[in-house]
Design a protein around this ligand. Sequence first.
Ligand SMILES: [Zn+2]
Length: 302
Amino acid sequence: MPSLLKKIAAISGACLVSTQAAFAANEIGQLREIGDGVYSFTIGEGNHSMFVVGEDGVAVFETFHSGHAAKLLTAVRSVTDKPVKYAFISHNHWDHASGGAVFSDAGAKTIMHRKAAAWLKANPGADTTSPDKTWSGSRKNIDMGDFTVNMHYLGLNHGTGLTVFTIPERRAAYIADLVTPNRVMFSVVPDFNIGEWERSLGALLEMDFDIAVCSHNELPVDEALNGCTRTHAEEERQFIRDLRSAILAEFQKGTAFMEIPKAVRLPQYAHWVGYEEWLEMNTYRLMTDLFMGPFPWSPDDE
Ligand SMILES: [Zn+2]
């Protein structure tokens, strides 16, 4: 993943010229309060967690992997000694659902949708563990005392059991993989049903929140720490629509199938990370979708 490597290189480069204090900050990750008791956290790998501190305890969102989770726990401890009650995991993919044991061992309950848990049971990763708790259906709230975590399963869009979290009392949301600011779609757009993704973004935009953390964020590091906004969700949806329109226009013109990925250009997104490297892959993926029908797909009984 060139952009990530670039980012890691940039962060390492920054370390060479920064003060020891800044280096230490990078070692433990970067933390910012973006709302009332709402924190965003990253260790500089392009992964962003969130946690919310309440009177009775803390809710953590996305563990990613054990190394990330351990630093996230340290970050929580740097602002409060209240117990971490839940570590919420958004979906099945290993790059998000690993590292939960760090929080289970610290006395928290890891929780994910039962569909995600079923996938992980069949396809365990090297650093994944069974969740302490699962939930099912399309909506459930977890009472945290002075705030509530609202879990939304929006249907098949990306991975299995992907859950969007909102915290109405804090006007906050945690959004995994459905919105990635300042970046084209991820490489070959793995495990996304693009039409359902687009529909889910519409559902997301109906939700009530002012601040959010997106699991991946390709804005400059300091800006990314502020999280993402509804505008980024709108931009993500517009990119899907613009790419589809551009492909359909080439279909209409009679451009040969193999020529289309090179022909499609969306200069309005040229500043987005991955534009040069991934636009052709994005195009191939959406073309196959338009040609063969949407995938992945399975009946959804939630
Ligand atoms: Zn994913």
